[in-house]
Design a protein around this ligand. Structure first.
Ligand code: 13P
Ligand code: SF4
Length: 345
């Protein structure tokens, strides 16, 4: 039962004391969010991991987040992921080997123009390492515009990976929409890099399957049915972000609801678990999912079952750490450079 699980979890936590810190992303289920020491967006959680001195960081999130925590924590700290199945599909849309091949083609086509690769946090460690090697950096949804500015101080153009929507929304925010192009190096027409090499912002063809499903009609319907204010995540399509009142990272969404006046209505365009948390955390605000009944659920986040958290903590308390996420040393060193550039923004 849930009560038994909560008791077992509390007993394991007691035994582990300061040796463990539990982090949960905003999209995790209620039981996980309630059990965590810190809940937040991917940027905040990576900072929490870096600041923590706990020997073990248990990360209720997806693999790229656990990797990022491993990259920025000290060598004597170990990051554990309650399920190794929790892999973000968008991170898998830009594999380092693929990007490496495309990069060679792109830089050749670009000639004297310097292109700076910028990768969203939602990517694997080898891609972050690649970006560092090529003079680029990592960003999250809360600092993508600053990462672009950083890149334009050092080069002529940005290759943004893997999320084309966050890249496009950021380019619009900076007034670069007229020189932004999408690029799929393996598209059916076999178009070469020459057709994108003049652009200021080149968008890799990746996307989040949860956020891409929001439509402008959802925004219109929320206004019609609930007279709602609308906030969406910048992984949503450009036209959805434009139609909404606001866009922001999961933490910015949380802040918006926390600062709303009692009785205000906010429709939230992001993963459904966060919408439900906000309804619980702020009963004085009328929080509704932007998608209405068609709930937008992230399968990757859902792989972390509350029972797995209990299991991993009990194993740890018994001296058997499970599911350690360890980035290879050379990759770790380089990826840390790309992440430190972000943390300094
Ligand atoms: P943030 O929490 O950084 O806004 O990221 C959203 C997301 O999709 C994480 O997978
Ligand atoms: Fe990946 Fe989207 Fe799920 Fe975030 S919400 S983990 S970007 S699939």
């Amino acid at each position: 039962t849930e009560t038994e699980r909560t008791e077992r979890l509390a007993a394991a936590r007691d035994e582990l004391g300061e040796d463990v810190v539990v982090l949960a992303h905003n999209y995790q289920r209620r039981e996980l969010v309630d059990a965590a020491d810190f809940v937040g967006d991917s940027y905040e959680l990576s900072k929490r991991a870096a600041e923590s001195s706990a020997e073990y960081v248990v990360f209720a999130g997806v693999t790229f987040m656990a990797e990022s925590a491993d990259i920025i924590t000290d060598d004597d700290q170990t990051v554990l992921l309650p399920s190794m199945e929790a892999s973000c599909p968008m991170a898998g849309m830009a594999e380092a080997l693929q990007v490496d091949a495309a990069w060679a083609e792109l830089t050749e086509a670009a000639g004297d123009r310097d292109i700076v690769p910028v990768t969203y946090m939602n990517s694997y460690a080898d891609l972050k390492a690649f970006c560092a090697e090529q003079g680029g950096l990592v960003c999250t949804s809360s600092n993508a515009h600053r990462a672009f500015e950083w890149a334009f101080e050092r080069g002529d153009a940005v290759l943004f990976l893997p999320d084309k929507h966050l890249g496009e929304n950021t380019a619009h925010r900076l007034g670069l929409e007229d020189s932004t192009v999408e690029w799929d190096p393996w598209d059916a027409e076999g178009r070469a890099a020459t057709h994108v090499a003049d652009a200021d912002v080149i968008l890799w063809d990746g996307y989040c399957q949860v956020h891409e499903r929001f439509r402008v009609e959802h925004v219109e319907q929320a206004r019609r049915d609930h007279d709602a204010n609308v906030i969406v995540h910048p992984e949503c399509r450009r036209e959805v972000v434009e139609a909404a009142d606001r866009a922001g990272s999961t933490s910015e969404i949380c802040d918006t609801v926390a600062e709303a006046d009692p009785g205000e209505t906010w429709a939230i365009g992001t993963e459904i678990h966060l919408v439900k948390h906000l309804q619980r955390w702020h009963p004085e605000v009328d929080v509704v999912p932007l998608c209405g009944d068609a709930c937008m659920d992230c399968n990757a986040m859902r792989q972390i079952d509350p029972n797995y958290l209990t299991w991993i903590l009990e194993e740890l308390a018994a001296g058997r750490p499970q599911n350690a996420v360890e980035v290879a040393p050379r990759e770790k060193e380089l990826a840390a450079v790309a992440m430190e550039r972000m943390l300094e923004l």
